[in-house]
Design a protein around this ligand. Structure first.
Ligand code: AMP
Length: 191
């Protein structure tokens, strides 16, 4: 069973947490563009320096920077048999770019974690306190939600039209959501 998967969902829907859990269950690497960017910002690499100001203001990092980073990561050996992309693609241009990176090795499923906006804003404010993330002040959170609605929500329709979309409710206990995700994936990938 091949599993080339994409996870989409608004900031705070629990994507990162669930990505790790799905990747363990399916034995594929979770590739989080947000985590790669944060690592580079922390290390103050060239990539990190270029990405930081966009991240801090809740905007998307420009496609050329992001696409090159993902293309590079997908070439690593551990991604050959499958992967779970967490946080990429996020724009229609990134969808096209991912298609050309993958060539014949097409995606198997795109999972959308759905969430209530006010609830996720509350979650993010909570996480900001716990993790001290500079992109988690309330105005920046609101901006990230708006950017998601404008630039990323349209991807859901694209993948639905391709017959790849699975939608899973992200509200509730972490374990419950993981169980829902794995069940939905099992059905989809077993088709
Ligand atoms: P995340 O942890 O996935 O919410 O990502 C944190 C931040 O990293 C985002 O708010 C963006 O600034 C940046 N980022 C992550 N993935 C992408 C992407 N696919 N395209 C552009 N920017 C991204």
């Amino acid at each position: 069973m091949s599993s080339r998967l994409v996870l989409v969902g608004p900031p705070g829907a629990g994507k990162g947490t669930q990505a790790v859990r799905i990747s363990e269950a399916l034995n594929i690497p979770a590739i989080s563009t947000g985590d790669i960017f944060r690592h580079n910002v922390k290390e103050q690499t060239e990539l990190g320096k270029r990405a930081q100001r966009y991240m801090d203001s809740g905007e998307y990092v420009p496609d050329d920077i992001t696409n090159a980073m993902v293309a590079d990561r997908l070439q690593a050996d551990d991604a050959a048999a499958g992967f779970l992309l967490d946080g990429y693609p996020r724009t229609l241009a990134q969808v096209d770019e991912l298609d050309s990176m993958l060539g014949d090795a097409k995606l198997d499923a795109v999972v959308e974690i759905t969430a209530d906006v006010e609830e996720v804003v509350a979650r993010l404010l909570n996480r900001a306190q716990e993790q001290n993330r500079s992109d988690d002040s309330e105005p920046v959170i609101r901006r990230r939600m708006a950017v998601y609605a404008e630039q990323t929500e349209p991807l859901v329709d694209v993948y639905r039209e391709r017959g790849l979309l699975i939608q899973v409710d992200g509200m509730g206990q972490i374990e419950e959501v993981t169980a829902r995700l794995l069940e939905a994936l099992k059905q989809k990938l077993g088709e």
